[in-house]
Design a protein around this ligand. Structure first.
Ligand SMILES: [Zn+2]
Length: 142
């Protein structure tokens, strides 16, 4: 069935899916089982390239020391230290990378790139811990 109007085509596909949900779900599960490796590899390419674009948009190097030797050691840091709250309530870090890469987040001022070392040092300096520090648990505080 060919539609010139994309809205009509979308409505048709939606209606078809609703009427054939069980069959479609089974077919998709079967396709996924047969193409698992292919699908995972494709997804990884997309996630990696979005992550790379997000790093470039944020300057491509550590905001404190300038480190840029290995992208795996560059983290998107929340300037105000509310990263763990954001990851739990608003969006995952994967979603954050995608939104930055696709230009959905206009105000980038709450974010900066930090290398793993600088990110850890900042966390300790600013006392940004999602969980109580081991020392606090040992002392019975919480
Ligand atoms: Zn650094």
């Amino acid at each position: 069935m060919a539609f010139k109007d994309p809205k009509k085509a979308r409505a048709y596909r939606r209606k078809y899916y609703q009427e054939n949900k069980k069959r479609e779900t089974l077919l998709r599960a079967k396709w996924y089982a047969e193409n698992k490796e292919h699908k995972r590899a494709r997804d990884k390419v997309v996630v990696d390239s979005l992550g790379m674009r997000a790093l470039i948009i944020l300057g491509g190097r550590c905001a404190r020391c300038g480190y840029n030797a290995n992208n795996n050691a560059l983290h998107i840091d929340h300037v105000h230290g509310d990263g763990s709250r954001e990851r739990k309530t608003v969006m995952t870090s994967k979603t954050l990378r995608r939104k930055i890469a696709q230009g959905e987040i206009v105000d980038l001022s709450p974010y900066q790139l930090l290398c793993a070392n600088c990110n850890n040092i900042k966390r300790i300096e600013n006392n940004e811990f999602a969980r109580p520090k081991p020392a606090a648990i040992m002392a019975g505080e919480e």
